[in-house]
Design a protein around this ligand. Structure first.
Ligand code: ZN
Length: 231
């Protein structure tokens, strides 16, 4: 049995044929990229409102930046899992991805570090680009300018978003590791509370229906888990 370490939002879209899945290996870790991963990134990148070739190029740059950033995030998890002597694999799917490892083989401390490693390396990537950009001789009008902007945006926003203490995101996984099995119900109660708060804040501040829907889903999931444990 494998434990999944979900990042951002896990959503299994319609069945995807094997032909639409890209598989490769990086640093010895198998990676599987499902078709819905590209579709969801294009959606977040404004693909639905693209009306010119310049818009389409921007969406493609966003998709590639998102792919690179999220892959590095998952590599952070997977390489840490490997440091603890376990095999790992990465799957990128709609609205996120996950790194897998054999279930029940990590202790709480290891589990905490594995969960933290993804957002940390992803945030570090964004920070490196911000720090190094002034020193790179990037020509004005180069495609690298919007690409690096998207790379910073995805890396910083995705990393922070995943640290929210809402199970099963990375922050929720870290909280679960801190709480342990005996206080698992607190993990879900805190997850429920923060999911509701972030849904309301996300919608009222940014008008984000996507955030509202995902957080409402997490709130429901955490509430169900809390009720199941405390019943
Ligand atoms: Zn993660």
């Amino acid at each position: 049995m494998l434990t999944r370490l979900p990042c951002a939002v896990l959503w299994k879209g319609a069945a995807i044929t094997n032909k639409a899945v890209i598989r490769f290996s990086i640093l010895g870790i198998p990676v599987c990229v499902e078709a819905w991963f590209w579709v969801s990134l294009a959606f977040i990148g404004g693909g639905l409102s693209a009306s010119s070739s310049a818009d389409v190029i921007n969406v493609l740059l966003f998709v590639f930046a998102g792919f690179l950033s999220i892959l590095i995030h998952e590599l952070g998890h997977a390489l840490t899992i490997r440091i603890y002597g376990l095999p790992s694999s990465i799957t990128l799917q709609a609205f996120g991805g996950f790194a897998s490892h054999p279930a029940g083989r990590l202790n709480r401390t290891q589990s905490f570090y594995v969960s933290a490693a993804g957002p940390i390396v992803q945030f570090a990537l964004g920070l490196c680009i911000i720090v190094l950009s002034p020193y790179l001789a990037i020509p004005e009008g180069s495609l690298f300018v919007p690409f690096s902007r998207y790379l910073v945006w995805v890396s910083v926003v995705w990393a922070i978003f995943n640290c929210l203490p809402v199970y099963p995101m990375d922050g929720g996984q870290m909280l679960a590791a801190l709480m342990g099995k005996k206080r698992q119900h607190y993990t879900h109660l805190i997850g429920f509370f923060f999911a509701v708060v972030f849904a309301l804040v996300g919608y009222s501040l940014f008008g984000s229906i996507l955030l509202l829907v995902f957080m409402a889903f997490f709130a429901w999931q955490n509430w169900q888990a809390f009720r199941a444990i405390t019943r």
